[in-house]
Every structure is written in structure tokens, then in C-alpha cells.
Design a protein around this ligand. Structure first.
Ligand code: IMP
Ligand code: MG
Length: 403
């Protein structure tokens, strides 16, 4: 039976991890029993708050945090064996049970070798890659000189010995599950405009991040795909080089701003609330403020994320290319009390109307509802981009979700 896809509509970091978690936690139509990753590798970083715990997942699907769900790493992903071993161990140490019954890794996934990581260090400057060896591994795969995991675990020691138990023909497993009538969720990594073909080449990653990648990267027949859930963060963000039409402030300045670097992350987390909510008309300062509100530093590299106004032109394009049937909006609260302008293309570039709301959820006579001022934004966005907004996330907790 059907497979649904969760896909990022921008440049990654839209909050796909939280959306997958919510969709698994509050099943409305059906319970998913399989969750699969179809692209990318340890370049990805999903931060998921699960109860009181915060998990940073890189290679393993968010499904692993849910009982009764089988997690699959499909043939479209690339795997760093040592890092994957460590990620599994870290999760086990925190009480998450991982066995060959709930984690399956495709024998066709390609292996990231240390030499590719070496090479990638050069691309870090030119493209702003994560330095995880992604480009080199996919290059070898397409040159047909790569090493697949099935072969690797047979011929190597160390992490390979441990990982062997998880390595299977996952395509067969996926097809069998779908035939049995089980529901599957395919979890994208990165976002639409980082897709190797459909993104802003060369400032892209080396895999298919878009919904079509779910078919080739997990072996899902295209006719089995039912819903495509597009995830859009309310503000735009990008890490690394590349075009960013609605960017707030100067990227060059941000790169040289040591105050925004990884080391200061913890200080920010402890910063006084007034500072977090300072609102200014200076674009660069506004971006700094948003960065603190949304904690916008890369999960994998710790780099400060570039931030920008909502870009409905790009979002519409992403909705069309992925065939999005419904959208999830994340971090809706970061613009609370800030007049928001949106890019709609043409002349003028930005909407004349600015949207302002104080809060996302209001309570009237004990009933919770969306703030009418936020509803204006929501309706206009739905109309412009052409897909309904079905899920609104306004905080890291599962419960901070409107659906
Ligand atoms: P690579 O995937 O490491 O080769 O990096 C290529 C580009 O994609 C760089 O701009 C990275 O910052 C970006 N990128 C890769 N993975 C992610 C992600 O998970 N979130 C956001 N950006 C990413
Ligand atoms: Mg991320």
C-alpha cells in the first residue's frame, strides 16, 4: 500500500526530523511501520526532541526513536561505517534498542572512504560542503568504481564486522512491506535546491534530495507514492555557498563574524530572553536575532546558518517539482512580533503587504485556535504556492504542533 514522502522545500534544515516525528507520533489516517532514508549520508543532521531528550541524528532515520517502526537506509544513501557504528552505539547507550529487526541497511549503499573525506576538505572552501566526503563517494559511484556496503562488510574488519548484521537486500524488504499493505514513510535529507540536478548547481549536494529520489533511493515504485509532505521553515536558511535571493544581511560579513561561530553556541543558549527577542530594522542584526530565536546553527558543522525572508517564489517551485500534496510549516514562532515581508517575484519583488502576528496559537474561552493575523499569512501562502498547510510547528516539542 502507499508510501508517503517527507521532503525539504528549501536548502535543508527545514525541520523534516520534527515533522517525521510528529507524523509518526500522531497518526491520523494510518500507522507507518517502515521509515526509510533515500539520499545523502552523514552530511545530514536532524535534531529531534523526544520527550526530554534531544537527539541529533545524522545517518539513521528518525523512525528509530519509535517502537514498532523499522528503519531503512536505502540504496541511494552513502554510509560512513565508523560514524554509523558510533551513532548506533550512542543511541543504544541512551536506551534506544537497535537490532537487525528494526534497522536495515541496503547492501547497495555506497561506502565513504577516508580518502574521499580528505578530498572533500578542498571543496569545503569552494562550495561550503560539510567535509563528510559526500561528493567523492557519489563520484566514485557514478564512475562505477565505488564500493558498496554489501561488499565492504565482507572484506573489512572493525566497524564492518558489527554492521554486517544490518546489511540486507532492503529493496526486497520494502516491496514486501508495501505488498502486505503496510504504510511507509520516506524521509528526505537536505532540501530541494540542494538536489544535484534540480538545485543551484554547483552549490548543491551530490544526491537526489527531491521526492523522485525516494523511488530510486529506496526502491519504491512511483505508483505507490501517495502523499508528498513538503516541509518549509517559515524563514529561509542556507549553510554554505550559493545564491540566496531573500538573504538578510551580508554573507561575507557573517563568514567573518567570529561572534556567530560554533564556540559561542552555548553562550547564546544561555542568553537573556530580552536579547533573544530584540527586534531591529538592521537586516544583519535581525538575522542574528532570528538565529538565536530559532537556534540556527548547522547540526553537522556548527556553522551559523544564513537567514532570510520567506521566499514564496522558490517555495512554489519546490511544491511543483516535488508534487507536494500538503505542507508543514516549521518554526512559525520565530517571526512573532516581527513585520514579515515575503518574496512574490515580479515588480516589486516583495509583497507590499507585511504580515505581523504576536503569537501562533491563541486561547479564547478555553479553546485553542490559530491567531487570525497568522491565518492571513497562512492563507496567502497556500494560495501563492499552491498547496494546503496541514501541519504548523511552533516550537521544538511534539506538543507545540498545530494539525
Ligand atoms: P555536501 O553535501 O557536504 O557535499 O555539501 C554541499 C552543500 O550542501 C553545502 O552547501 C552544505 O552546506 C549543504 N548541505 C549538505 N547537507 C546539508 C544538510 O543536511 N542541511 C543543510 N545543508 C546541507
Ligand atoms: Mg539539518
Amino acid at each position: 500500500m502507499p508510501a508517503d514522502v517527507v521532503v525539504g522545500l528549501h536548502w535543508g534544515d527545514e525541520g523534516k526530523g520534527k515533522v517525521v516525528d510528529v507524523v509518526l507520533s500522531f497518526p491520523r489516517h494510518h500507522q507507518y511501520t517502515v521509515v526509510g532514508r533515500y539520499n545523502g549520508g552523514p552530511n545530514a543532521g536532524h535534531t529531534v526532541k523526544f520527550g526530554e531528550e534531544v537527539y541529533k541524528l545524522h545517518q539513521i532515520p528518525t523512525g528509530i526513536l519509535h517502537e514498532g517502526v523499522v528503519s531503512v537506509l536505502g540504496c541511494g544513501v552513502v554510509v560512513n561505517p565508523d560514524k554509523l557504528y558510533k551513532e548506533i552505539m550512542d543511541l543504544e547507550n541512551r536506551g534506544i534498542k537497535i537490532t537487525p529487526d528494526n534497522l536495515l541497511i541496503s547492501d547497495k549503499a555506497h561506502v565513504i572512504l577516508p580518502e574521499y573525506i580528505e578530498q572533500d576538505r578542498k571543496e569545503m572552501l569552494r562550495l561550503g560542503t560539510t567535509g563528510e566526503g559526500i561528493g567523492g563517494t557519489y563520484s566514485r559511484k557514478y564512475a562505477r568504481t565505488g564500493i558498496r556496503l554489501g561488499q565492504y562488510v565482507k572484506e573489512n574488519n572493525g566497524a564492518a564486522v558489527f554492521l554486517k548484521q544490518f546489511v540486507k537486500d532492503t529493496e526486497e524488504f520494502v516491496l514486501a512491506a508495501l505488498k502486505k499493505g503496510e504504510y511507509m514513510l520516506a524521509e528526505g535529507a537536505q532540501g530541494t535546491f540542494l538536489d544535484i540536478d534540480l538545485g543551484d548547481y554547483p552549490f548543491v549536494t551530490s544526491s537526489h534530495t527531491t521526492a523522485g529520489g525516494a523511488c530510486t533511493g529506496l526502491g519504491i515504485p512511483p505508483t505507490e507514492i501517495e502523499e508528498v509532505i513538503g516541509v518549509a521553515k517559515i524563514c529561509m536558511s542556507r549553510v554554505g555557498e550559493g545564491p540566496f535571493p531573500t538573504e538578510l544581511g551580508d554573507y561575507w560579513k557573517l563568514k567573518n563574524d567570529s561572534g556567530e561561530s560554533l564556540n559561542s553556541n552555548l553562550e547564546y543558549a544561555e542568553m537573556a530572553p530580552q536579547e533573544l527577542f530584540s527586534i531591529t530594522s538592521d537586516d544583519y542584526q535581525l538575522a542574528r536575532s532570528l538565529r538565536r530565536r530559532g537556534f540556527e546553527w548547522g547540526t553537522t558543522t556548527g556553522r551559523p546558518r544564513r537567514l532570510g525572508w520567506p521566499d514564496w517564489v522558490l517555495t512554489k517551485r519546490a511544491v511543483e517539482i516535488n508534487g507536494v500534496t500538503k505542507m508543514a510549516i516549521t518554526k512559525a514562532d520565530v517571526f512573532n512580533c516581527i513585520p514579515v515581508k515575503v518574496r512574490i517575484g515580479g515588480e516589486p519583488l516583495y509583497s507590499e503587504r507585511k504580515y505581523t502576528w504576536e503569537t501562533i496559537i491563541k486561547e479564547t474561552e478555553g479553546r485553542r485556535h490559530l491567531d487570525p493575523n497568522f491565518i492571513h499569512f497562512k492563507r496567502d501562502m497556500e494560495e501563492f504556492v499552491g498547496a494546503p498547510i496541514d501541519i504548523i510547528s511552533y516550537g521544538p516539542d511534539r506538543e507545540e504542533t498545530w494539525m
